[in-house]
Design a protein around this ligand. Structure first.
Ligand code: SF4
Length: 305
């Protein structure tokens, strides 16, 4: 059955001149069929560099929006229209606007996990991999508003010593990884290196050896001589970690760390997406131009990972 679906996807992909992107948290079979796997910004940058006419983004809404911001001439499809991101939805452009009025002199740094409208209201965008560098590059006398993830924000505060205005957003998938989960997993695998995402809560990060973005985790595991890793992030990444490092063992800090939105994408939905050219994700020009400025300013500070 899945062989037939894969054949169909391949045929449709050629017909549509499409490129398929899969985020590191996607189901394994989706990561396996994709042209590129990676994090949301890296994928959007790669897709923009191709001459494909269509981008099928196997991920969530804000990721497809980011691809649309960087590739306005391409058609961007999200195979499931309800694949959203609760973290990105935790702040609206109106709420950010209100916060900006409370801190009129502040610069706004928004995590890439945010809507196009929120990006458009921000001065700089950042990823979890470069948030510290982006904030460090800003004038020391400037107040900085950081949205929407409070846990990534606290990590940046700790690393930069800057006093950021944080928004109380959080990733529902990362906060389910508890301190107890991490302690218990460490007790079972005392020699394992613990890699945690910055979206995890502070006690989990304190128990970790490395705080890394998903791309950095993949990179770290490839270079490391260690043979056991505890992974404190969405469990989908373990599929690629295992594939790339067949001799190493990867253990989820918590089996509950599964993002239901990421798992909405299936082989069937990718077929339907290409067949019916659905669901198109567009960003109005006015919003797109402003949001792109925030992304460009980040890239000017440092190249994307
Ligand atoms: S893992 Fe968290 S941040 Fe990523 S899409 Fe799911 S809810 Fe959003």
């Amino acid at each position: 059955m899945s062989e037939q679906l894969l054949e169909k996807i391949k045929r449709l992909k050629d017909e549509r001149r499409a490129v398929i992107l899969a985020h590191n948290y996607q189901p394994g079979e989706i990561q396996d069929l994709a042209d590129f796997t990676g994090d949301s910004l890296g994928l959007s940058i790669k897709a923009a560099e191709t001459d494909a006419e269509v981008i099928v983004f196997c991920g969530v809404q804000f990721m497809a929006e980011t691809a649309a911001i960087l590739s306005p001439e391409k058609t961007v499809l999200l195979p499931d229209k309800f694949a959203g991101c609760p973290l990105a939805d935790m702040i609206t452009a109106e709420q950010l606007d209100k916060l900006k009025r409370e801190h009129p002199d502040a610069l706004v740094v928004c995590y890439v996990n945010s809507s196009a409208e929120v990006k458009a209201e921000s001065d700089y965008c950042c990823t979890s991999a470069n948030a510290v560098e982006v904030v460090n590059s800003l004038p020391k006398d400037k107040r900085i508003i950081f949205v929407p993830d409070q846990h990534l924000g606290r990590f940046v505060v700790e690393k930069t010593g800057r006093n950021l205005v944080l928004w109380p957003g959080y990733c529902v998938t990362h906060v389910v990884i508890t301190e107890e989960d991490t302690k218990n997993t460490k007790a079972r695998y005392p020699d394992a290196i613990v890699m945690a995402h910055a979206e995890c809560t502070e006690p989990v990060k304190e128990l970790s050896d490395e705080i890394l973005s998903t791309s950095q985790m993949l990179h770290y595991a490839k270079k490391s001589t260690a043979k056991q890793f505890i992974i404190a992030t969405e469990t989908g990444i373990i599929h690629t970690l295992k594939k790339q490092n067949p001799d190493a063992e990867f253990i989820a800090a918590s089996d509950r760390a599964i993002c239901p939105n990421m798992k909405r994408i299936s082989l069937e939905k990718v077929v339907w997406s290409l067949e019916d050219m659905q669901y198109k994700v567009t960003v109005p020009d006015k919003v797109r131009t402003k949001a792109k400025k925030a992304l460009d300013r980040m890239v000017e500070i440092l190249p994307a990972e």
